[in-house]
Design a protein around this ligand. Sequence first.
Ligand SMILES: Cc1cc2nc3c(=O)[nH]c(=O)nc-3n(C[C@H](O)[C@H](O)[C@H](O)COP(=O)(O)OP(=O)(O)OC[C@H]3O[C@@H](n4cnc5c(N)ncnc54)[C@H](O)[C@@H]3O)c2cc1C
Length: 373
Amino acid sequence: MPDNLSVELLAVQSQMAAFVDAQLKLTEDALPSQHQRVREASKQAGFFFKTQPAEFGGSPASALELTMLREMLAATNSPLASSVFGPGPGVLHAAEGTLRSHYLEPVLRGEKRGAFGFTEPDSAPRPTYAVVDGDDLLVTGIKSYVTGGATADFVSILVNVEDADGGKLGTAMVAVDRLASGVTIDREFSSMEGGGHVSMKFDQVRVSKENVIGKIGEGMPRALGNIGNVRLMVSAQAMGMCLFVLDYVENHLKAPHRSGSPLGAREGVRLRYADMRIETYVARSALYRTARLVDDGGNTVNETIATKVFCTETAGRVIDMGVQLVGGQALVTGHPLEALYRQVRSLRLIEGASDLLRINLVKGRLEMDKGRV
Ligand SMILES: Cc1cc2nc3c(=O)[nH]c(=O)nc-3n(C[C@H](O)[C@H](O)[C@H](O)COP(=O)(O)OP(=O)(O)OC[C@H]3O[C@@H](n4cnc5c(N)ncnc54)[C@H](O)[C@@H]3O)c2cc1C
C-alpha cells in the first residue's frame, strides 16, 4: 500500500513535491528548452540519477521509491515529467566492450538514443534473422513498430541467428546503427497517444558480432530482462493518471453546474465517482505491494504481470468514467481528459498485451508453481 512509507521515503516524497511545484509548470518558453531546464534541475536535485546504475555515477533507487516517484510525476499530468529521470540502460544493462563504449555509455550520458525493435509485421515471410559471416552477422527482416526509430542512433533488435548452412543457433539481441548500410525506414506513423514510430527494414545489414547483447542464444531473456521493471513503471504511470483524474473530477463535482446544484449533489454521480475511487484504491494497494515484493528479491514475474494488467485496465475504466462525468467538454481537443483518454489506451498493449500476460500468469502458476495472490 502507498501508506507506511519509511521516514526516508517520506522525505524524498516531500522533495519531489517541492520539485514538481518549482519545475513542472509549463512556461512561455519553447518546450525543448523547458525540458532542458527540467533535466538540469533534476540533476541538481539528484532525481535524474535514480534510474542509472551506480557504476556509471548513478544512485539507483529501490523499486518502491521509483514507483512512488513515477506515480507522483504521472499525477502532475505535465509533459515535462518525462525529463525528470535520466535514461536507463534498458536492454544494454550488462553490455561490455564495444557495446559498452559505443552504445551504453553514450546512452547514459544522454549523447545517443536507442530504440527497441521486437514487434514484427503479420505479413513477413519469416521472422527477422541473422546469418553468421565470419566475425559479422548479416541481418534481414522487418521490425514494424519501433518507437522513436526515426531519430534513434541505433535500434536493439531480436533476431534468429543461423550459421551459413541454415543451422539454428538461437535468438540474439543485436544493436544496429540506424544509418548502417541496408537499414531503411519503410513507414513512419504516429499513434493516438502521441508517440512517433517507424517500420524498419533490414536488408543483409552487416553487423559485427561484438554488437550482440550478451551471447547468441540469449536473445529472448535479454529482450525481456528488464521487462518486470518496465511493467512496474507502466503500472505506476497508470496510477498517477488515476490520481490526476480523481482530483480533476472531484473539483468538477464540487463546481457550480447549470442545473443549479453541483453534480456532486446527485446520488447517481456519487456512485460512479465512488467506483473510480474504489478501483484506484485497490489498484494502488496492489502496485505498492508488488514494488515491496520486488525489493524483497525472489521471483515476482506473476505479481508484476497481475499488477500491470490490473492497474492499466483500472486506469482505462477510471479515465473513461472521468470523461463521462465531466461531459462533452472532456472530449474537446486539448482538454486534459481527452489527452489522457488517448494516452491510457496504449498501456494495455505495450510491454505485454493484457490477454497475453494473463496467459503467461496462468502458465507461471500451472507449470512453474509461481505467483502469490
Ligand atoms: C504506443 C505503442 C508503442 C510501441 N512501441 C514498440 C516498440 O518500441 N518496439 C516494439 O517492438 N514494439 C512496440 N509496440 C508494439 C507492441 O509491443 C505490440 O503492439 C504488442 O506487443 C501487441 O502485439 P501486436 O500489436 O502484434 O498484436 P498481436 O500480437 O497480434 O495481438 C493482438 C491481440 O490478439 C490477442 N492475442 C494475440 N495472441 C494471443 C494469444 N496467444 N492468446 C490469446 N490472445 C492473443 C490479444 O487480445 C492481443 O491484444 C508498440 C505499441 C504501441 C501501441
